[in-house]
Design a protein around this ligand. Structure first.
Ligand code: NAP
Length: 289
């Protein structure tokens, strides 16, 4: 297939590379051009504008947030894009942003699919992302070969794109809560001189197996938050988006409010660019350790 790819950050780089490796033609655009150079070396075509990427069979995007999406997918870009193109937005954006983009794309006969993902950049590099897709079924069918090149499984959540986004936000809220409790448990253990690494062996081999507790727990046990696989700043964005989505339909999320403040604490102490697991350091600091 002939694919455009917009946004070559930690996630986008790995995803675009896997699309190339699967034998597709890939045109890439990134705001900072130098970040696109490694992909050019692998055979991607570097284009100068997002409009040049908005062509071919489908365009995929993996930008940071709502603000980036609004800036890049503006009225002029959509007006000049080919009709019947499929745009797959894989970033974690707000429900409101997804609804707006779906409306604006539909008004110009461009198919809009929301396909946020679960998995960090190492999972993306291994082509093992979990993809949560929602949008017109026929458009998802068309891009399924690309999903197969970057993910281990695609879960379909119906025809309304924003349903995929709210599912992703609910998942990240659960993830953030798990990392917060890991940090607090670690602080509790430190009060009694129990090593977090010993505790982790116990819980990840019993009640709490899986990548969240073992991966983030290891970072907290090692007190190592760089290089960041998933930045605290982006985690804060996601918890805020979950709170906004909940607020829009009067759903209280008390735990999310606590985690939002812990992430704000990390940012206030200059740790926004560090890994999300830096919540462990926040809990330790609160405990005077
Ligand atoms: P990242 O490394 O910070 O990359 C962000 C990308 O967005 C870069 O390509 C950046 O361009 C671009 N960008 C930011 N603001 C822009 C603007 N105003 N105009 C144009 N481009 C702009 O982030 P990431 O970790 O790849 O995350 C990307 C998305 O995936 C986010 O929505 C994140 O929540 C989601 N996600 C991340 C993970 C993870 O573990 N990292 C996992 C699942 C989902 P420059 O290179 O020019 O800065």
């Amino acid at each position: 297939m002939d694919i455009g790819f917009i946004g070559l950050g930690s996630m986008g780089q790995a995803m675009a590379e896997n699309i190339l490796k699967a034998g597709h033609r890939v045109r890439v655009w990134n705001r900072s051009r130098e970040r696109a150079q490694p992909l050019a070396a692998l055979g991607a075509e570097l284009v100068d504008t997002p409009a040049a990427a908005f062509a071919g069979d489908a365009v995929f995007s993996m930008l940071a947030d709502d603000a980036a999406a609004c800036e890049v997918f503006d009225a002029r870009l959509l007006e000049n894009a080919p009709r019947d193109l499929v745009h797959v937005n894989m970033a974690t954006v707000s429900v409101a942003c997804a609804e707006k983009l779906a409306r604006e794309h539909a008004a110009r006969a461009i198919h809009y699919v929301a396909a946020p993902v679960m998995g960090r950049p190492d999972v993306a590099a291994a082509a093992k992302l979990t993809i949560i897709a929602a949008g017109p079924a026929e458009a998802i069918d068309r891009v399924q070969p690309i999903f197969d090149a970057i993910g281990q499984r695609t879960w379909r959540l119906g025809a309304l794109p924003q349903h995929a986004n709210v599912a992703k936000l609910a998942a990240n809220f659960m993830l953030a809560s798990a990392v917060e409790t890991l940090g607090e448990a670690s602080a509790l253990l430190s009060g009694y001189g129990v090593a977090m690494s010993d505790f982790l062996d116990v819980i990840t081999n019993s009640a709490f197996p899986g990548p969240v507790y073992s991966g983030y727990g290891r970072l907290i046990a090692q007190d190592t938050y760089e290089p960041a696989m998933f930045k605290a700043r982006l985690g804060l964005k996601d918890v805020r988006l979950a709170l906004a989505a909940a607020d829009a339909c009067a759903i209280p999320l008390p735990v999310a409010s606590v985690v939002r403040d812990s992430l704000l604490d990390a940012v206030a102490h200059g740790d926004g660019e560090k890994d999300f697991a830096v919540l462990g350091r926040v809990a330790a600091r609160r405990a005077g350790r």
